[in-house]
Design a protein around this ligand. Structure first.
Ligand code: TRP
Length: 328
């Protein structure tokens, strides 16, 4: 049986952190064996909100791909590429724009939210309105069956499915494929301060965080506020440090729980152990990333070959799309 096709993307707008690992990247790594995967740097989508200062996008693109590879994305299995290097994305974006009703876009909850929330970025632009249409082009160019995403992306997936149905209805064919969302199981890791983990709050541990700052950041984490002295029994179920232990070292979860509930060890010990655990987890990947970024030759080869493979699939779909629309 042919493997099913997966496409996913990330916007290169900052350093990746352990929230990205838990919420998306770990899933990508485990999907590579079972599916034909396309993993894309969504740099056009990044520029839609970062157009006032797009200067860092190139740097983050390489930096993020270096993280992907050092954390286990295997370019021999998956096609890793940059959206803007495969021109078909823009062309299909245009063709799909012809048939996307304005109301679908202006009513999209993510559009309304972002215009409100990113006031200083002024994303009430022509291009940003079309964000889901570009995303639909990304997905349908590869005839992706499945798209691993977080819940926040579900409205975009739903719109993509509607655009596909409209296309296939208008041009009486089945060229484009309706994708299914693949929701990430372990969905969300809170930030160090218990707010949403986010670049702008600075409450994250980066995928290449160095050993000292891992320690400093973990020691600043808030534990059970009712546990003041070491002798006070704690409540792991409300402790963010405990959640991190269960995600990054599930094997010792019960032991950690026992220390806390029975007041055997203090919060500081618990955090030092977490910092060590995280560092052990991150260290080999951090080293690998440093190597990848020192001599960029390998990274460039990966992206060049990804561009070629992606272009050949995307080119074939675009040809079928134009035939269906009687444009050629
Ligand atoms: N919009 C996605 C996000 O912000 C990124 C993205 C762009 C994407 N194109 C995609 C995700 C195609 C899945 C499929 O996370």
């Amino acid at each position: 049986m042919e493997k099913k096709i997966v496409l996913s993307g990330m916007r290169p707008t900052g350093r990746l952190h352990i929230g990205h690992w838990v919420g998306a990247l770990s899933n990508w790594v485990s999907l590579q064996n079972e599916y034909n995967c396309f993993f894309m740097v969504a740099d056009w989508h990044a520029i839609m909100s970062e157009y006032k200062d797009p200067s860092l996008i190139k740097e983050y693109s390489l930096d993020n791909v270096a993280d992907w590879l050092s954390w286990g994305v295997n370019p021999k299995q998956a096609v890793v590429f940059v959206q803007s290097e495969v021109k078909e994305h823009i062309e299909l974006f245009m063709l799909l724009s012809f048939i996307t009703p304005l109301g679908w876009l202006s009513r999209c909850p993510t559009f309304k939210e972002q215009v409100q929330q990113l006031k200083e970025k002024e994303v009430n632009t022509y291009a940003f309105l079309g964000y889901p249409t570009l995303q639909s082009a990304d997905i349908t160019l590869y005839k992706a069956d499945c798209v691993p995403v977080g819940e926040d992306q579900l409205p975009h997936l739903e719109m993509c499915r509607e655009v596909v149905r409209r296309f296939n209805f208008l041009y009486k064919n089945k060229v484009l494929v309706e994708p299914q969302p693949l929701l990430t199981k372990e969905s969300r890791l809170l930030g160090l301060d218990c707010r949403k983990m986010s670049k702008s709050y600075g409450n994250f541990i980066a995928l290449d965080e160095d050993v000292d700052s891992i320690r400093r950041k973990v020691l600043s984490m808030i534990t059970d506020p009712a546990r003041i002295k070491k002798d006070d029994p704690g409540h792991p179920d409300i402790c963010n440090v405990f959640t991190y232990h269960s995600v990054f070292n599930p094997a010792i979860k019960d032991e950690v729980c026992d220390w806390c509930v029975n007041a055997k060890k203090g919060c500081k010990d618990c955090k030092v152990l977490l910092a060590d655990t995280l560092n052990d987890f991150i260290a080999p990947k951090r080293e690998e990333k440093t190597k990848l970024l020192k001599d960029k030759k390998y990274l460039t080869e990966v992206l060049d070959s990804g561009k070629e493979k992606a272009s050949s699939v995307a080119g074939a779909t675009l040809k079928q799309v134009k035939e269906a629309m009687k444009l050629r």
